[in-house]
Design a binder for this molecule. Structure first.
Ligand code: AMP
Ligand code: MG
Length: 404
């Protein structure tokens, strides 16, 4: 890809993905896997449920007795969860059973305690009951058979998937290791929150937004650095970061100004430029390259709206791709109001997600006052991606949405 070629966002994304190195695999205890990407297939250890499982507290009987019209059963024994199956010794008997117990042998259905009067060792039916076999029984193997594929490699592990892995007897699972990410702010004007500040300086807010975005998505190995606009210092610090991180996220220093030193210094360090500039607003000067050891290096423009939009549009999906995460359907929403855009660039427009009277979500435009206006992002939910203009996109126009 030649420097200066204006890529579309989709081609930029493809250019990134085709150069990423897959992250290594590690084995972790299940308790540490939430938010991770599974890197092995998981198969059912046993039938699921593994036995005919009682689903109500009540009595287990032979449904044949119900069909004969029997209404009063002698309670022969009690069967709790976690005990081996008892045996019904006579067709007119019942065994008291608890939810989660194995169905006693000789019985084939369960009458819930709410439908019974229990006294003196007998249970009497209060009402007419269902007489079909296996009523209130979760049958062995009805959810899945032993050996069935339960979770595929690439699955994002959330609470339900973690439960499935636990049910398969997995104490540890193989997941993608998290990348070590360094977030580097560049700029002489940037001052840490809490430190004294002059009129001509600004707070180093991007670093906090970038780290928050990564942490919210479960990435925990995040470093932070701030480097002034000094070529030698920048080279020295980036050289170090490249040896210790798989992903480098820079903010600032990628535009056309005299102190926009990032592309030059990265190339001096052997980081191969893949592209510089994307046909988009905001975030046009975004830079991407691959380091000598396959490190992914993202030079995000420093304007705070650009930084956040580019991070979420490109960096987060790239990390997911490097972790081998299977892609879900991209979220799409309809515009709540028409939007006019004059430029031949993809337009990333901040939106608040609102719900209409019928529960339908809408993307309500919240255009910032330029790409430096990050105050207007507070209270928004993300941004939509609109195709290049000039055009007016009507209310109801459906397009991709990316959440903060
Ligand atoms: P640059 O991309 O370096 O030309 O920066 C563009 C604008 O974004 C300038 O007004 C910078 O002061 C501002 N900016 C750069 N980095 C940050 C940061 N980490 N936090 C807040 N603003 C920043
Ligand atoms: Mg700068």
């Amino acid at each position: 890809m030649q420097a200066g070629t204006l890529l579309t966002p989709r081609l930029a994304e493809e250019a990134i993905n085709s150069r990423l190195t897959c992250l290594p695999i590690e084995s972790l205890p299940l308790t540490q896997c939430v938010g991770g990407t599974l890197r092995e297939n998981i198969y059912a250890e046993r039938d699921q449920p593994p036995f005919d499982r009682v689903t109500m507290d009540g009595i287990a009987v032979d449904s044949e007795a119900l069909r004969r019209g029997l209404k009063r059963f002698r309670i022969q024994a009690t069967q709790g969860a976690g005990s081996p199956a008892l045996k019904l010794t006579h067709g007119d008997n019942a065994i008291e059973v608890m939810t989660g117990a194995i169905l006693p042998s000789g019985s084939d259905c369960v009458i819930p305690v709410e439908q019974l009067d229990v006294a003196g060792g007998f249970a009497s039916l209060r009402t007419a009951v269902v007489t079909a076999p296996y009523h209130n029984v979760h049958r062995r193997g009805s959810d899945s058979r032993q050996g069935a594929l339960l979770l595929e490699t690439g699955t994002l592990l959330r609470a339900p998937e973690i439960a499935v892995a636990a049910s398969a007897g997995m104490a540890r699972v193989r997941v993608s290791s998290q990348p070590a990410v360094i977030v580097v702010s560049t700029g002489d004007e940037l001052i840490e929150p809490g430190d004294p500040i002059a009129d001509f300086q600004v707070r180093r807010s991007n670093a906090y937004a970038v780290a928050a975005t990564l942490r919210k998505r479960g990435f925990g190995r995040i470093g932070d650095d701030h480097v002034p606009d000094d070529e030698n210092l920048l080279r020295e610090r980036l050289a170090l970061h490249l040896t210790t991180h798989e992903v480098v996220v820079l903010s600032g220093g990628v535009s056309m100004g005299r102190f926009d030193l990032v592309p030059k210094v990265l190339m001096q360090l052997g980081v191969q430029q893949v592209f510089h500039n994307i046909a988009q607003r905001p975030g046009r000067p975004m830079w991407f390259g691959i380091g000598p050891q396959g490190q992914a290096v993202f030079g995000l423009p420093g304007n705070p709206v650009s930084t956040l939009v580019c991070l979420i549009r490109y960096v987060i999906p790239a990390i997911a791709e490097a972790m081998g995460t299977k892609r879900g359907q991209p979220e799409r929403l309809a515009l709540a109001a028409p939007v006019t855009f004059q430029h031949a660039l993809t337009y990333f427009l901040p939106v608040a997600i609102e719900h209409g009277d019928w529960g339908r979500p809408w993307a309500a435009p919240r255009p910032p006052n330029g790409s430096g206006d990050f105050l207007s992002l507070a209270g928004t939910d993300g941004f939509v991606e609109l195709p290049p203009g000039p055009n007016t996109y009507p209310k109801g126009f459906v397009t991709s949405v990316y959440r903060w």
